[in-house]
Design a protein around this ligand. Structure first.
Ligand code: PAF
Length: 289
């Protein structure tokens, strides 16, 4: 088994990455906030396919949390994470300290515009500014040839792809399908917050999205009506408080009225103070004339 280095200092990280590139090795980055689960390990496997050296960053990024969000109580298990990543054969765990990564006087941010205004951006102002900024920093410090993201955070993936394109980032952005629990709940570090009762009710996210996808397969095309069905189904779930239930264009993330091109159904639902998100692509079946 290869040795797994744990690096905290951004300059040491950059020097290691430079050395790999000098040797002709492609660096693949998996950015995470830790508390790793099988979904993260799927990203690691994809990174191993895409690159010669794999860096996993563990950094609970303060700039993407709002003042009333769960930064302080975000679940952490650094030693457990490192063990999992060593067993998975990762080359480097990059875990900068917040005060070193954002030193005194830090003053520069990436501000995504249109893609960041709706959905999670509407209820988490400033969230994608923090995400885009830290992803740019992580790609830069790790000299990443490729960076791997989960499709569960599909708005994040869209924002990051656009940012990489707009800012001529030499990092290829790759999305990996959502990994689910056996009952369909999308894996998330935040699932740990759920009470046993809420954990059962949370199956409604995947179930309601699957129902909508089935209705589209069966010919439903009125996006507003489908959105209403989705929202009503979620609102009828005991303990659930719907943040949004939306159907948007898969590229622009703008609301759509009629499903005549690929769209995405996306939901965010609170159980107590725990906010879960999930989404489903809604491909339009080809009609044979
Ligand atoms: O998806 C996450 O865990 C975070 O938003 C990310 C991409 C690691 C940036 O902090």
């Amino acid at each position: 088994m290869r040795e797994t280095l744990t690096l905290k200092d951004p300059e040491t990280m950059a020097a290691w990455a430079e050395e790999q590139r000098r040797r002709g090795q492609r660096v693949a980055l998996v950015p995470t906030m830790g508390y790793l689960h099988a979904g993260h390990l799927a990203l690691v496997r994809r990174a191993q396919d895409e690159g010669d050296r794999v860096v996993v960053s563990i950094f609970v990024n303060p700039t993407q949390f709002g003042p009333n969000e769960d930064l302080a109580r975000y679940p952490r298990d650094f030693d457990g994470d490192v063990t999992k990543l060593r067993e998975a054969g990762v080359d480097v765990v990059f875990a900068p300290e917040a005060h070193a990564f954002y030193p005194q006087g830090f003053d520069s941010y990436v501000v995504p515009e249109r893609l960041a205004t709706g959905l999670c951006g509407a209820s988490r102002p400033g969230h994608f500014r923090g995400v885009a900024t830290v992803v740019l920093m992580l790609c830069h410090v790790t000299r990443a040839d490729v960076a791997i993201f989960g499709e569960k955070d599909f708005q994040q993936l869209a924002v990051v792809r656009r940012m990489a394109q707009d800012l001529w980032l030499p990092t290829r952005i790759v999305g990996v399908p959502t990994v689910r629990e056996p009952d369909g709940l999308a894996m998330s570090s935040r699932n740990v917050y759920l009470t046993p009762a809420a954990r059962l009710q949370a199956r409604a996210l995947n179930q309601s999205l699957s129902d909508i996808a089935q209705q589209v397969q069966n010919g439903a095309r009125d996006a507003r009506q489908l959105e209403n069905t989705l929202r009503q189904r979620l609102e009828a779930t005991p303990g659930a408080r719907v943040d949004y239930a939306s159907i948007v264009d898969a590229q622009s993330l703008e609301p759509v009225a009629e499903l005549n091109r690929e769209a995405v159904a996306a939901v965010a639902v609170f159980f107590g103070s725990t906010r879960l998100i999930d989404n489903r692509r809604l491909p339009i079946p080809m009609t044979l004339s």
